[in-house]
Design a protein. Structure first.
Length: 99
């Protein structure tokens, strides 16, 4: 990537890192990700434990930081080895459910 091409990706990364959930239409095509490998039913199975309104801010922050860290790491691994995407998603599901 040239510096000009890298700048929008850095902006996108900053936005994604600030969000727990970020939907970007067409991002799979841009990143070359097989959309059929990520059906909605499969993605729903990775939903972490529900956070109830009585969770204190410290616990929520710990949950947020952990879920962000494991999600970013999973994305890096998938980008590095797309053929291992299904395995990485399974690992991510387990990690998110244990947060």
């Amino acid at each position: 990537m040239t510096e000009q091409e890298n700048e929008p990706f850095q902006e996108l990364q900053a936005v994604v890192e600030m969000s727990v959930i970020c939907l970007i239409e067409g991002i799979a095509d841009v990143l070359g990700i097989d959309k059929d490998a990520f059906p909605v039913k499969k993605l729903f199975s990775s939903i972490p434990k529900v956070i109830h309104h009585d969770v204190n801010l410290k616990d929520f922050l710990a949950f947020y930081e952990m879920s962000k860290a494991v999600s970013v790491e999973a994305l890096r691994k998938i980008k590095a080895s797309p053929e291992q995407a299904e395995n990485e998603i399974a690992i991510l599901q387990k990690e998110l459910k244990s947060c």
